[in-house]
Design a protein around this ligand. Structure first.
Ligand SMILES: [Zn+2]
Length: 76
């Protein structure tokens, strides 16, 4: 009788069967503009801002240019 090894195939308990994306909520403290940005966009913004030598991570308010602050994230 053989036993299956339990190690090696750990499943993530919080992994959803549906492929959901992580969205970050951002809010501008200057004009209260709110935005939700998917994680992969943030990654691109971050890389772009580094390439262009821009300060920060590229999440500036589109309304007033103030740096937006992350408020948390959601999955959708
Ligand atoms: Zn703003």
């Amino acid at each position: 009788m053989k036993e299956y090894k339990k190690q090696g195939t750990m499943e993530l308990p919080f992994h959803s069967p549906m492929e959901k994306e992580k969205w970050y909520k951002y809010k501008c403290n200057s004009c209260n503009f709110e935005d939700e940005i998917p994680e992969f966009i943030l990654d691109e913004l971050f890389v772009l801002s580094k390439l262009e030598g821009v300060e920060g991570d590229g999440t500036n308010c589109p309304e007033c240019g103030f740096k937006m602050k992350p408020q948390g994230f959601i999955y959708r």
